[in-house]
Design a protein around this ligand. Sequence first.
Ligand SMILES: *Cc1c(COP(=O)(O)O)cnc(C)c1O
Length: 390
Amino acid sequence: MTSPESRQRKKIIPYSRPSVSSAEIQEVRKVLRSGWLTTGPAVERFERAFAEKVGARFAVAFSSGTSALVGACAAAGVGSADRFITTTMSFVASANCGRYFGAAADLVDVEEPTLNVSAAAIEQAMRQNTRAVVAVHYQGHPVDLAAISEVCRRRGAVLIEDAAHALGARYRDSVIGDCRYSDLCAFSFHPTKLITTGEGGMVTTNREDFDERLRRFRNHGMVRRPELEPWEYDCPELSFNWRLSDVHSAMGLAQLARSDGLLARRREIAAYYNERFAACDALITPVEEPECLHAYHIYVLRFRYDRLTINRRGMFERLKAASIVPQVHYRPIHRHSQYQALGYEASAFGVAEAAYGQMFSMPMYPDLTQREARYVADTVCRLVEENRRD
Ligand SMILES: *Cc1c(COP(=O)(O)O)cnc(C)c1O
């Protein structure tokens, strides 16, 4: 037997879906015929266009957002005697990135209502050997960069922004990625993110020495030595091949050219959801603080199950039966078994734990139609109404 919901709608509405237009297909086709597939002219063009878009001096392309974060840690000089700070309400890469160098990750809790990390929490976690802070712009809402950069400067820590969610976001007089308040800023081009290259990432910086270290790090640590012989090169340190290809960069160029429109549509959907869900006291909607522009990489809706007669699993099943498939962002990092093994305990992360129990990432992507957005809002409001605790 089919439920009333599934009779209404068969087509699945996922939480995210990439927007790929004929422009991307054309650009990729051109590169495929150019005879140059790996790091070449398209990578350079993509890096230049990206730096210009966010207002940074330098942009260095990477094979993923994760390798971009690891590259940023390498540029920051994170080493085995160091510690670094990041937030538990993020993807595990935010905390893994410095650990590849043997550094210890200090996870901190987030704060309401943005679920971002605060400058005060960072200050409290600072130790003598804290080398870097990886500040995550969760959902695409900027952290308080001015306050956090002040703490970092005072304590001698390098500030790395994890801007995987935040292409197009703004903070005061700054575009995320311009590194006005930070040393390095890492982006991801995974298919769920604001623009995509299939897989890919980017680090921006205003420091020439960081730019050079990033370029070397992504390419086996290789240094050309033409002063010895025209063909000579040296690899003085252990590194990786974390280059982005020209094929991916061609797609990125076309996506970047469309990024303003993609962001505008996300914000339109968020404004509509916010208005619809604000009417319901069993729901907590995302906020946009003054002087901030939210990029809405994800739309995290929080359900107050203390006011409902069903639990999170029940809500998930009902949404799924209505062909709406939400996701959870994130299972806090301290919950992963490798971090449990490091001794992290849930009691230290009260805000993240409570929010985690409430959150679903609802459908949020530029190609979501107004009709679909209305269906999502109608369905959520109806499910809440039907399962309200009196
Ligand atoms: C997606 C994401 C990453 C990693 O990016 P990949 O391109 O998937 O490697 C890092 N940090 C955050 C917060 C992310 O959401």
